[in-house]
Design a protein around this ligand. Structure first.
Ligand code: PLP
Length: 235
């Protein structure tokens, strides 16, 4: 069995254990395999174990990879999630080629994605990225602006607002990892109480997955624990 397949098995087991510890059902937590910097062969290897959802950060890399996978394995039914920073001049190919976008961080980007989503495709699933750790350098909407921006996005015709996403500051201590995730869960339940139909909290990466699941993550975005250490120099 390949390393990727072994890693996927181990990650699925860790998800089940973290869900069990939080008295949640394992299938309430979906696994997004973050394949950025890895090739079509790695995606196909993972897909052959039943993994369908893949996350990508870099547009051109992702478009090339999608085309290669589709040419080699037209039988695979994959779902592509864009999770990287979005420049406004890159929204059209994102709207045309992805099933989900987790990294919507301003209303203007959402409006462009809605305007550019092809009519023949279903509405684009989106999450609003929240700047939960509060550094000026990080993308995401500040927590106090989330309600207004979420309501604006929920009204856009070609988008389906599914929920919230965050990338908290790295933190080694497992107990301290939970605070930003708890804050995200509070924001999420507040939006639901305000009447928005949301089902997705996209949070948790290889280094903080159990803490995110403990606080209610419904999608965890896992890269290096599945595919190995990324080598950005190879790009
Ligand atoms: C790269 C990336 C991940 C995966 O990170 P790992 O630490 O490799 O699991 C998740 N989310 C986003 C937004 C990323 O850019």
């Amino acid at each position: 069995m390949s390393a990727i397949r072994q890693n996927l098995q181990a990650v699925r087991k860790q998800i089940a254990e973290a869900a069990d510890n939080a008295q949640r059902a394992a299938d309430d937590v979906a696994l997004l395999a973050v394949s950025k910097t890895f090739g079509a062969d790695a995606v196909i290897d993972a897909a052959e174990t039943g993994q369908q959802a893949f996350g990508e950060n870099y547009l051109q890399e992702a478009l090339d990879k999608m085309a290669t996978v589709r040419a080699q394995r037209p039988d695979l039914q994959l779902q592509w999630h864009f999770i990287g920073p979005i420049q406004s001049n890159k929204t059209r190919p994102i709207a045309e080629h992805f099933d989900w976008v987790h990294s919507v961080d301003r209303e203007k980007i959402a409006q462009r994605l809605s305007d550019q989503r092809p009519e023949k495709l279903p509405p684009l699933n989106v999450c609003l990225q929240v700047n939960v750790s509060g550094e000026a350098s990080k993308s995401g909407v500040p927590p106090e602006e989330v309600a207004a921006v979420a309501k604006a996005i929920a009204a856009m015709p070609r988008l389906r607002l599914r929920g919230l996403m965050a990338i908290p500051e790295p933190e080694d201590d497992a107990a301290r990892q939970r605070a930003p995730f708890r804050k995200m869960h509070d924001l999420f339940t507040q939006l639901q109480a305000d009447g928005l139909q949301l089902d997705t909290l996209s949070m948790g990466m290889s280094a903080d997955m159990p803490a995110a699941i403990a606080e209610g993550a419904t999608i965890v975005r896992i890269g290096s624990a599945i595919f190995g250490t990324r080598n950005y120099a190879k790009e």
